[in-house]
Design a protein around this ligand. Structure first.
Ligand SMILES: Nc1nonc1C(=O)NCC1CCCCC1
Length: 258
């Protein structure tokens, strides 16, 4: 029996392919978050607002050129319906998000901002996109998951929802100490190991088998800092390190130089 919880995150999704979202709504940590009601997902399909016989949801671009755009009236009807439902369900006006390569680059800080704010309505584009006047009139924020072009906004929407869902209290069973997390947040993860103790002659670092939890904690912080220094030094720029973190990073660098 899954316990019911108040939605820590309410997301309305506007998409022509709502069934794609089963990937996050029906599986794993996010699936359990939805099943327990910690994350509420509701869907609006512009096609359901089409009034013509062919249920048209695309339209030709002014100025010609290849491809189509999402039809304005069916898209706007879906956005407005989702927005209204957000207010009914949460008592708050939603933040309406559009995913596109033209948006602000999503990172963990951005995910934290979105997860801790008002309910979200996420609009997934298709074809060549949406009319700029809909962006101006109905979209509050445009976000990008990276500098590449996908076939639709559904996968970016799922990336955003997945990352935000993990920040909802109770979604991650193993909520570590918040303080530790905040200190190590924004660093690359340390290496992880599980059985067997040896793979092709490669052994698990002895410290992880020692049962010395203090040494294990320090080793993991040192590895996170060291990997960040090696692979993403930009994440360390301007970052305040604790005395312990500075010592551990210095140790890593010294050993690396040897
Ligand atoms: N990259 C991205 N980050 O967020 N979205 C992205 C994207 O590539 N989206 C494709 C969509 C954009 C709207 C028109 C149809 C294709």
């Amino acid at each position: 029996m899954t316990e019911r919880a108040a939605a820590g995150l309410w997301v309305g999704v506007v998409s022509l392919f709502p069934e794609m979202f089963e990937a996050i709504a029906r599986h794993g940590i996010t699936g359990r978050a939805v099943a327990t009601g910690r994350v509420a997902l509701e869907f609006w399909n512009p096609r359901d607002h089409a009034t013509d016989r062919h249920r048209t949801v695309d339209d030709r671009p002014y100025g010609g050129g290849p491809g189509m755009l999402m039809k304005v009236d069916t898209l706007r009807a879906a956005i407005h319906a989702a927005r209204q439902r957000a207010v009914e369900a949460t008592g708050q006006r939603p933040r309406v998000i559009y995913l596109s390569p033209q948006g602000r680059r999503l990172d963990q800080r951005g995910v934290q901002e979105l997860a801790s704010g008002p309910p979200l309505v996420v609009v997934a584009g298709r074809y060549e996109g949406i009319d700029e006047r809909v962006v101006e009139a109905d979209i509050d924020e445009e976000w990008s998951i990276g500098d590449y072009v996908l076939s639709g906004g559904e996968l970016p929407a799922m990336v955003l929802i997945d990352a935000a869902a993990r920040l909802v209290p109770g979604v991650l069973g193993h909520q570590d100490s918040a303080v530790e997390d905040s200190f190590n947040a924004g660093l690359l993860d340390c290496p992880h190991y599980t059985r067997p103790e040896e793979i092709d002659g490669r052994r698990v670092p002895q410290v992880l088998l020692s049962g010395n939890h203090g040494a294990i904690r320090r080793w993991r912080i040192k590895q996170s800092l060291g990997r960040t220094w090696l692979r993403r030094p930009d994440l360390l720029e301007g970052r305040a390190l604790s005395d312990e973190q500075r010592e551990l990073l210095a140790e890593f660098i010294e050993e690396y130089a040897d």
